[in-house]
Write a protein that binds this ligand. Structure first.
Ligand code: ADP
Ligand code: DP6
Length: 328
């Protein structure tokens, strides 16, 4: 009853913002993302009578508090599915900063769901895995799939899960991940920030109203491989999300001065003939989207700016999978 899974993080091109149902994690709007290879989580889960309580070790440290409770709650959901009561040991490693706006909860809960289901002997389709994973962390339902992914808020029968719009070979998009802050402590978790945004920002409704049309444009951009459309719409939706966060009560600003410097640099790169667009989740770090033929020139430009702590070049990845090397 032991299994290990690898899952990749995903970068939201049209953001998930707001929950219709907080318990089941049903979103207010569909969202679209790309699953990226460079940021990943490996998780090993073992269920055994030798464990008297669930243990969760994240990045070599025994987790306590909320991080621990979220994992236990998810294990309870999966145990209920399998009608088993055994406690588990979970060891997980993210190869990138945790809780810094780089979607560790997405790769984390996708890996946990896939590993725990396998360890419990649950045979689930990717769609079922996506529905289960969603209940651990919403955005993780998209990381079950590779390539271009849409999370459908309601499929018409009340079910909410992710579907693949196109696989990772459809279009060689590049995501240059700019680590601008590695240690900064955020005031709010993504979950809390989202709750505040939905409840208190007068701009929440306006952003929601704009989302259908942006989703349409994004689907079209992916289908036609129209990079300008994809980038323009992704950058705009990112700014809509941050405008909502900024106008919440209390207000939330995820950016640091490095983020703002970088935001200002992106249009300058475009003016130099280097097509690239940014998107930022709930953190200070940034994703710079581009095409392979421009990547080297963009990297050469970025090297001139010493406020960028680390650059990680990502391509599109496949979905979450079982692997044979266990972490313990
Ligand atoms: P991020 O931008 O990194 O997704 P969030 O606040 O959304 O930030 O999520 C971070 C939280 O996700 C962590 O505090 C922890 O509770 C959970 N998490 C991160 N990595 C893992 C993992 N590998 N396994 C299980 N839970 C994880
Ligand atoms: C800003 O999936 O972390 O990255 O469902 O509460 O766990 P919970 O939230 P989470 O939120 C991700 C929000 C986002 C945008 C996105 O990924 O679409």
């Amino acid at each position: 009853m032991k299994a290990t899974a690898l899952a990749h993080s995903n970068t939201a091109l049209i953001k998930y913002l707001g929950k219709k149902d907080e318990q089941l994690i049903i979103p207010m709007n569909n969202s679209i993302s790309i699953t990226i290879d460079a940021l990943s989580t490996i998780t090993t889960v073992e269920f055994s009578p030798q464990y008297t309580e669930d243990v969760f070790i994240l990045n070599d440290k025994k987790a306590t508090g909320q991080a621990y409770q979220r994992v236990v709650k998810h294990l309870d959901l999966l145990r209920q599915e399998a009608q088993r009561k055994l406690k588990a040991k979970v060891v997980s490693k993210n190869n990138f900063p945790t809780a810094m706006g780089l979607a560790s909860s997405a790769s984390g809960f996708a890996a946990l769901t896939v590993a725990a289901c396998a360890a419990l002997g649950l045979k689930k389709t990717p769609q079922e895995l996506s529905m289960l994973s969603r209940q651990g962390s919403g955005s993780s339902c998209r990381s079950i799939f590779g390539g271009f992914v849409e999370w459908v808020k309601d499929d018409g029968t009340g079910k909410s899960y992710a579907i693949q719009l196109a696989d990772e070979d459809w279009w060689d998009l590049r995501d240059i991940v700019l680590i601008l802050e590695e240690k900064e402590q955020r005031q709010y978790s993504t979950r809390e920030a989202m709750r505040l945004s939905m409840k208190t920002s007068p701009f929440f409704a306006a952003r929601l109203a704009a989302t259908e049309s942006n989703l349409d444009k994004m689907r079209r951009a992916i289908k036609k491989r129209d990079f300008t459309l994809l980038g323009t719409v992704a950058e705009h939706d990112c700014l809509l999300m941050h405008a909502v966060a900024l106008t919440s009560n209390p207000w939330q600003l995820f950016w640091t001065s490095a983020t703002v410097k970088m935001m200002k640099l992106v249009p300058q790169l475009r003016e130099k003939g280097l097509p690239c667009y940014f998107t930022i989740d709930s953190g200070a770090n940034m994703h710079l989207l581009t095409l392979p033929e421009h990547q080297e020139s963009i990297l050469a430009e970025l090297e001139k700016h010493h406020f960028i702590k680390k650059i990680v070049c990502a391509r599109l990845a496949g979905g979450a999978t079982i692997i044979s090397d266990h972490l313990f």
